[in-house]
Design a protein around this ligand. Structure first.
Ligand code: 4AD
Ligand code: MG
Length: 461
């Protein structure tokens, strides 16, 4: 059996030879004496065309197969220089592997993304989601490749944790249940104080603190894992469960951090353009027709950089009527982020040095005593995809910040200890994996880049 991807990539070596393919019927067009089947075998975004005629003894049966039935085809690969597809398979034998019900909901027509969301178990069989989830897999691989080629150590940080990295309190609690002793549907009898065998724990919001510990041993590390946020926001870019990539680099400052982020993003874009050209062309044709131009421009230009203070001034000077008015000290909302990157800079932009009061405790305090060495990367179409900073390596200043922010230092004892034993300057960032996929594919809702999304309103699957 040959995979369809192999046929498309190396068609020459299979032309006029007998081959066998297996897959699912995507469409079929049949006349009295012959028919065409578009077959997808899962190995490739594109379908292979099967031509069959009444010389098959089961011609009638094959003609009536509902979409999504699985078949095995034996036949010859023939070049078709005058048609849309480069080749087709002239069937000599077709056997039925699995018959589909004719109620199959994904009939050949354009379905809305909302409808497809309601059949999350079937949507990977549609063109759009076949492309999205292939690209998602490739981007994950490209990220590992980027960091591994540069000698970064992949570090697995815990999912169940006692600390709140972002200090924002938006966490899911972990509790132990003894199902034998709890009547189902009776929350009153659940003893939430048991938690994690007596300790209070949560699902991690970020692996950063643990990554810092490993960066101070291995110099350059990265995490790549699931993170959880209990923020109850129903937006197109927030999920309760998402994946984050968090590099952490020692002997490095904020500009090293920005350089790494820019190199990484360009690397993964180039990798996807090189390795998923069919999918990327599909997105450009059906999702966002500026996508390929935009991505190519990015590869050929430098990301912009602007300080928070300058950015706020630009937003004020724009005289734009924002829903949330801008002033120094406010957190930038999505509308502000998108205005900066889409209207002012028209490319990815790093916003740096935010006011300390709107950022997490671990960010390094600048000499002005008002701002911290933070960086957010904003991109057109999505807004923030990366949040990062240089870390506060000075123990006394870090402790003072934690006191100001009412954090319990005892909870962070090991984190503070890192500053005592060779705590060099270091920096890192978190890339929201789904936001990166949105950016690279042009898909505008985070629910459409996660196989089975978890958001406040959806956990059906
Ligand atoms: O800006 P955030 O909160 O930064 C951190 O968690 C740092 N500890 C990272 C670090 O320095 N190591 O989150 C990082 C990124 C955001 O820029 C965004 O892309 C993504 O994670 N993100 C979300 N993605 C989807 N749904 C959510 N609810 C998200 N919250 C953050
Ligand atoms: Mg952030």
């Amino acid at each position: 059996t040959v995979l369809v991807k192999e046929l498309f990539r190396n068609s020459d070596s299979h032309t006029n030879k007998s081959i066998k393919v297996s897959g699912w019927i995507r469409t079929s067009r049949v006349s009295k004496t012959f028919g065409f089947i578009e077959l997808n075998d899962g190995s490739f975004f594109k379908n292979v065309q099967i031509v069959f005629d009444e010389s098959l003894d089961n011609f009638k049966e094959i003609s009536k197969l509902p979409i999504s039935s699985a078949i095995v085809v034996e036949g010859k690969l023939e070049e078709t220089p005058n048609s849309k597809q480069p080749f087709e398979i002239k069937a000599e034998n077709i056997s039925i592997e699995a018959l589909s019900s004719s109620e199959y909901p994904l009939q050949k027509k354009r379905h809305s993304l909302e409808f497809l969301r309601s059949i999350a178990h079937l949507r990977p069989r549609s063109n759009t989601f076949s492309a999205v989830f292939r690209v998602r897999s490739l981007v994950a691989y490209a990220i590992h490749k980027f960091f591994q080629e540069r000698g970064f150590v992949y570090t697995h940080t815990p999912i169940i944790t006692g600390s709140d990295c972002e200090g924002a309190g938006q966490m899911f609690r972990v509790t132990t249940l003894d199902m034998k002793n709890i009547p189902l549907n009776n929350d009153k009898d659940i003893d939430f104080s048991r938690d994690f065998f007596g300790k209070e724990t949560n699902l991690t919001v970020s692996g950063q603190l643990e990554a810092e510990a490993y960066a101070l041993a291995f110099r350059n590390v990265y995490t790549f894992g699931p993170t959880f946020r209990a923020e109850n926001s129903n937006t197109a870019r927030h999920a309760s469960e998402f994946w984050m990539i968090e590099p952490e680099i020692a002997f490095a400052d904020l500009s090293d951090n920005m350089e790494l982020a820019e190199d990484m993003l360009k690397y993964i874009i180039q990798y996807v353009l090189d390795n998923a050209p069919e999918e990327m062309e599909f997105f450009n044709n059906f999702i966002d027709n500026t996508l390929l131009d935009r991505l190519h421009n990015i590869l050929n230009s430098e990301f912009a950089k602007v300080s928070y203070t300058e950015a706020v001034q630009m937003l004020i000077d724009s005289n734009e009527n924002f829903e949330y008015p801008v002033e120094w000290g406010c957190d930038l909302q999505t509308e502000h982020e998108r205005y900066l990157t889409e209207k002012i800079f028209k490319k990815p932009v790093f916003v740096t040095n935010y006011p300390k009061d709107i950022k997490a405790f671990y960010m390094r305090l600048n000499d002005d005593n008002k701002t911290v060495a933070a960086m957010d990367l904003l991109v057109p179409g999505v807004g923030e995809i990366i949040g990062g900073s240089q870390r506060e390596e000075r123990l006394d200043i870090l402790e003072k910040r934690m006191e100001e922010m009412n954090l319990n230092k005892d909870d962070y004892w090991w984190y503070l200890e890192l500053r005592k034993y060779g705590g060099v300057k270091h920096a890192g960032y978190g890339l929201g994996f789904e936001r990166a996929i949105m950016y690279i594919t042009g898909i505008s809702n985070i629910r459409d880049v996660i196989p089975f999304p978890r958001t406040p309103k959806s956990a059906e699957f």
